[in-house]
Design a protein around this ligand. Structure first.
Ligand SMILES: NC(=O)c1ccc[n+]([C@@H]2O[C@H](COP(=O)([O-])OP(=O)(O)OC[C@H]3O[C@@H](n4cnc5c(N)ncnc54)[C@H](O)[C@@H]3O)[C@@H](O)[C@H]2O)c1
Length: 292
């Protein structure tokens, strides 16, 4: 199936990045969220990021040519979309309601793909009358820089849907990883979450500090960022809901969200987006000292 028009639901960290890489690859993109303020902020960030890539000579076109392919809206007007990327909050009931609505609005052959980190695709497909056209496309943050995308097949997903999603992501310069069963957490997070949760538990127990664990993981394991730096970028709430979803499906205590993480979320310390998470950030988003 040829894809020309793409609709992205959710203009947060991931939706903005997905819309950006779609526009960079030449697709017409509509980016939707609940408020114009969120959308305008997202457009500003996308322009900034595209500008940087153009300056570095990584894109053949000028920023304006790429931005011209991006439209923003607060309406769920996905009626002419060939492919929908869903990147809204990681809450089952909210995502299911959106999938049911998209299913009502979109042509029968439109593919609905979720960026969920932890919710089984089957639960989203079940909210639609087109389970064969529902799959997972799990991008990594920051989307314009990270090349991996997990393409997730639920038991009802058609092989053609997987092929189309895979080709689309590759056309955006991504490398795909095929995932043949829609387990919560998919593959890469299933491996990575226990390590981050253990890092939080070690801080909780006073064994080592946030800054030292991050430093150690950078210098000892060659990671570009430590687990707390990554968690601040991802959003502590996003991580929490993802761990909880895997825990609820597996009942494996290694995925149970630590109490310290829950307390930070209660305090609204969600990471970069709130100016404080495991670290504090200045108004330009530069990392300052650890938060505690
Ligand atoms: N943050 C990450 O690093 C990361 C990585 C991979 C996957 N994910 C997944 O991507 C999805 C989005 O995560 P994010 O980090 O971009 O979250 P975010 O909080 O930055 O953005 C979510 C956006 O969705 C919007 N939204 C909420 N309900 C909506 C609705 N009904 N319709 C339209 N928009 C709605 C919010 O206003 C917000 O702008 C989640 O499923 C998350 O698990 C996140």
């Amino acid at each position: 199936m040829a894809i020309e028009k793409i609709f992205v639901a959710g203009a947060g960290l991931m939706g903005s990045g997905i819309a950006q890489v779609c526009a960079q690859a030449g697709y017409d993109v509509t980016l939707q969220d609940m408020a114009n303020g969120i959308l305008n902020k997202s457009l500003e960030k996308i322009r900034w990021s595209v500008d940087k890539l153009v300056e570095k000579g990584k894109l053949a076109e000028k920023t304006d040519a790429i931005m011209d392919r991006l439209r923003i809206t607060t309406e769920l007007d996905a009626g002419s979309a060939d492919f929908v990327f869903e990147a809204i909050v990681e809450k089952m009931d909210v995502k299911q309601a959106l999938f049911a609505e998209l299913d009502r609005i979109c042509p029968a052959n439109t593919i609905l793909a979720s960026n969920t980190s932890a919710i089984p695709i089957t639960q989203l497909a079940a909210a639609t009358q087109r389970p064969a056209n529902v799959c997972g496309t799990h991008f990594f943050s920051p989307v314009p820089m990270m090349r991996a995308v997990e393409i997730v097949k639920g038991p009802a997903t058609a092989a053609e849907t997987v092929e189309t999603a895979d080709r689309l992501c590759q056309s955006m310069g991504k490398e795909t990883i095929r995932v043949n069963m829609d387990v919560a957490g998919i593959v890469l997070n299933r491996i990575n979450f226990p390590s981050t949760i253990e890092a939080i538990r070690l801080v909780e127990a006073g064994v080592a500090s946030v800054a030292d664990i991050d430093k150690g993981m950078r210098l000892g394991f060659g990671r570009p960022m430590g687990p707390f730096e990554t968690a601040d970028m991802v959003g502590l709430d996003i991580g929490y809901h993802a761990y909880l979803a895997v825990y609820e499906e597996t009942r494996d205590p290694k995925f149970s969200p630590p109490m310290l993480l829950q307390r930070k979320i209660m305090l609204g310390q969600l990471g970069r987006k709130t100016g404080i998470g495991w670290y504090r950030y200045d108004s330009d988003g530069r990392k300052l000292a650890p938060a505690d």
